[in-house]
Design a protein around this ligand. Structure first.
Ligand code: SAM
Length: 355
């Protein structure tokens, strides 16, 4: 038996330490987000811990410890002479607001939500049973809405819709579009805002998400043209839509093939199916080599996407990082004639399918 390589052990132990530090740091990020520490520091850097505590209505001793950790992890910088802390503008673009094109802070609650379902997922590994989306921790619904919206806001209206044949023109003059598995409505509200002549309806089985989506639409001033209804992906009215969309939801379904066939029957003859899915390669090696957030995607898939699919009839469990080849197979089996990959960004890829 060969002796283990001590340098490799040391290097790997450091790697694992970094991963565990990352996990702990996500908890500190959720604190910074919820307490408004990032936003305040973005407005008033450099600031002392006392100033930051005053601005956020928090206790200085806690804030000082939070700042020490954020300095240790490299998120903020520290001036030892002035005893001040700075959130660099480039870091603020990622941490201080959901409105930035580079926002990632909305992803931090994912770790909270995954940890809160450890026991259930351990049991699911043993039983093979599923866990419906509705039984996930509410931080997951928050994280999904906030993090996915950045990708949609950056790409949906400026890039993805124009990449679909003739869809921008139809939406501009007035079309009918449906979003299946709409969640809290992030994508559909962006579309309703951009295309006031069109009518939009979102369907989701998760009633609390539908209720939140309605509120978001009212807050955005688009309730006159977008509605949200509780419905299963095989159970919504097949009202002859010009456009049916799935945003990061198709792989979550127990029966994606059936959902695809149902959507095809709900389209007009010249209608379009738009499938927005996490960017992935066709196999593990390619996915790991080409998708920077692959490890995050497989974790979310294990805790959220596969369990939801396994909780529904069919239990296809495609997994979040299914890849284009498998998605095409499902769409062909669902009856679609032409399928094109029309766009992608760092997080998502977009397929267009025509009946
Ligand atoms: C990952 S979330 C994506 C939500 C939303 N599309 C977004 O991008 O923000 C998946 C959504 O699919 C919904 N869903 C799961 N199974 C469904 C089904 N069989 N029919 C309709 N919606 C379903 C869940 O309730 C959840 O809101």
């Amino acid at each position: 038996m060969t002796t283990p390589d001590l340098d490799r052990i040391r290097a790997f132990a450091e790697q694992v330490g970094g991963v565990i530090t990352g996990g702990a740091t996500t908890a500190m990020m959720v604190l910074g987000d919820r307490l408004g520490l990032y936003a305040a520091l973005a407005r008033s850097s450099p600031a002392t811990s006392t100033e930051l505590a005053e601005q956020t209505g928090t206790h200085e001793r806690y804030v000082r410890e939070w700042l020490a950790q954020q300095t240790a992890v490299g998120f903020v910088t520290h001036d030892a002479t002035e005893q001040t802390f700075t959130l660099p503008r480039e870091h603020a673009a990622v941490l201080a607001s959901d409105d930035s094109p580079a926002a990632m802070i909305g992803a931090a609650p994912l770790a909270t939500g995954l940890h809160r379902r450890i026991d259930e997922v351990v049991a699911a590994f043993r039983s093979g049973d599923g866990i419906p989306w509705a039984e996930q921790d509410p931080t997951i619904f928050e994280q999904t809405e906030r993090f996915f919206r950045t990708s949609y806001r950056n790409s949906l209206v400026p890039e993805w819709i124009p990449a679909l044949a003739g869809v921008h023109e139809k939406l501009t003059t007035g079309a009918c579009a449906a979003d299946i598995g709409c969640g809290r409505g992030a994508a559909l509200i962006l579309l309703a805002d951009a295309y006031p002549q069109s009518r939009f309806v979102g369907f989701d089985v998760h009633e609390p998400s539908v209720v939140t989506a309605r509120k978001r639409a009212a807050d955005a001033g688009v309730s006159d043209r977008v509605t949200f209804e509780v419905a299963h992906c095989h159970g919504y009215p097949q009202d002859r839509y010009d456009l049916v969309m799935f945003f990061d939801a198709f792989h979550d379904l127990g029966d994606p093939l059936g959902a695809g066939a149902y959507a095809r029957a709900a389209l007009t003859e010249d209608g379009t199916l738009m499938l927005v899915e996490p960017r992935a390669g066709d196999d593990l090696t390619t996915t790991i080599a080409t998708v920077p957030v692959a490890a995050l995607g497989y974790a979310a898939s294990t805790f959220l996407c596969m369990p939801n699919s396994l909780s529904q009839p069919g239990g296809a469990a495609l997994g979040a990082l299914t890849g284009e080849r498998r998605l095409r197979e499902v769409l062909v089996d669902a009856g679609f004639q032409t399928i094109r990959r029309v766009a992608e960004n760092p997080f998502n890829m977009v397929l267009e399918a025509k009946p």
